[in-house]
Design a protein around this ligand. Structure first.
Ligand SMILES: [Zn+2]
Length: 439
């Protein structure tokens, strides 16, 4: 097994080194540089950053006399990584949804601060965070990081996800019928086309960056069947249409075969999980350019962790391998794949572990890296408006690029410079990326 030491997000680190007074020009000397756009590894390259923006990349770039030089010539350098499926406002050590009833939203918010830090330190400079039980804690977390209050990745957040009454992600599991949940633990519950439209509007006006729907049942909800369709095509289509009116894309949690196809036909941007997708579903995804975001590592944790309710771990255990084989099929068919781990379901900061599984199940190492860089940026950014109002102000105040996630001509996503202004001075994200598949 070959293990390559990589330095992630050198561009982000460049400005971090002197956060108090950011240097105007920074040159990063990379022993080997992964150009994700070209899909190539370039020896002895220089990344030149001016005022927090990448100005030039390549072996022939000359270093100005006044530049601050960061010498990483003993390392392989790649752009900051992007995880398209996280839950930073979630604690993997207590995975029972009913535990939410013992925590205030303030408690959850404070607990998410170290989650954000360890994610950044693991080399993930951007996350697409797809929902929290307590509505809009993720929006507040995103904005606090963008302001520079504490270190964390740039976040694109979904707010409370839409789900049917008693559906995946709800506070189900033996609550007495006369228990009334607080508003923020049921904000995303919506049934029928009209309620779905209304709820998308309610969520959109609170500053989210995308809409998340639970099209099917879930593994990690009491009494929910992942093979069950929950939202109809009409409801999903209403969500997609209404989100589009607000300039937002829709991510669909979908395990069941039919639920996946309904969501794809309704025009969602991504299928999250995709466990029981069939060949027709994969063909549809390829045809429509729908991304697959499949958390194919986390089952390793869920099956062995003591923190999970017994009914979760016992639920359709064959689903783990079915999901992985379908991931392999998707990779072979050329379905678009973006990296997403469901961090929060397993401990934050382990985000890079899934690379090995993606290689084991059909991708080349470069394809796996591209899924967490250029492809992830495309999923987040394409069709995205400049950003939600609050995020835009945060970006401006940090001197960050305004465009959402468009890769630059150099092959470096502009995202990786995003943490430069907001991250603590000492952070250097060094991770070991396992290039070979696990045995
Ligand atoms: Zn999730």
């Amino acid at each position: 097994m070959r293990v390559v030491r990589c330095v992630v997000g050198a561009i982000a680190m460049a400005s971090m080194a002197l956060a108090a007074e950011p240097p105007k020009v920074v040159a990063v000397k990379a022993g080997r540089l992964i150009d994700v756009k070209a899909g190539a590894v370039v020896a002895n390259s220089v990344v030149l950053i001016q005022d927090g923006r990448v100005k030039a990349v390549g072996p022939s770039v000359s270093i100005p006399a006044d530049a601050t030089v960061i010498d990483l010539s003993g390392y392989t350098v790649l752009p900051g990584l992007i995880d398209c499926h996280t839950h930073l406002v979630a604690d993997a050590s207590d995975a029972d949804p009913l535990s939410e009833l013992k925590s205030s939203s303030a408690k959850r918010a404070f607990e998410s601060v170290p989650n954000a830090r360890v994610t950044l330190e693991a080399g993930f400079t951007t996350v697409r965070d797809v929902g929290s039980y307590r509505a809009f804690v993720d929006v507040a977390l995103r904005d606090a990081i963008a302001k520079g209050d504490f270190p964390g990745p740039r976040m694109y957040v979904a707010g409370p996800y839409l789900t049917i009454t008693g559906g995946g992600g709800t506070m189900s599991g033996g609550l007495a019928p006369d228990i009334v949940l607080p508003w923020d633990l049921k904000f995303g519950v919506a049934d029928g086309v009209d309620q779905v439209r209304q709820r998308v509007r309610d969520i959109a006006q609170n500053g989210v960056d995308l809409i998340k729907v639970l099209a099917t049942g879930a593994f990690l909800t009491h009494g929910s069947d992942p093979k069950a369709v929950e939202y109809s095509y009409d409801e999903l289509r209403a969500a997609v249409e209404e989100a589009a009116h607000k300039g937002l894309k829709v991510a669909a949690h979908a395990h069941s075969t039919e639920g996946i196809k309904s969501a794809v036909r309704a025009g969602v941007a991504s299928i999250e999980h995709g466990t029981y997708v069939d060949d027709e579903g994969l063909r549809l995804m390829k045809e429509k350019g729908t991304y697959l975001v499949a958390d194919i590592y986390d089952a390793e944790w869920i099956r062995e962790s003591a923190g999970y309710p017994a009914d979760f771990a016992a639920k359709q255990p064959e689903g783990d391998e079915i999901q992985r084989q379908n991931f392999k099929k998707a990779a072979q068919m050329g379905v678009k794949i973006a990296y997403g781990t469901d961090a929060g379901v397993y401990p934050h900061g382990f985000n890079a572990r899934q690379f090995a599984w993606q290689v084991k199940y059909g991708q080349t190492p470069m394809e796996a890296i591209r899924s967490a860089t250029i492809s992830a940026a495309d999923l987040i950014g394409r069709g995205q408006p400049a950003s939600s109002a609050s995020a835009t102000s945060g970006i401006r105040s940090c001197g960050r690029p305004k465009s959402a996630a468009a890769p630059s001509a150099s092959g470096f996503s502009v995202i990786e410079s995003s943490c430069a202004a907001t991250t603590a001075a000492s952070t250097r994200s060094r991770i070991d990326v396992r290039i070979a598949a696990p045995r």
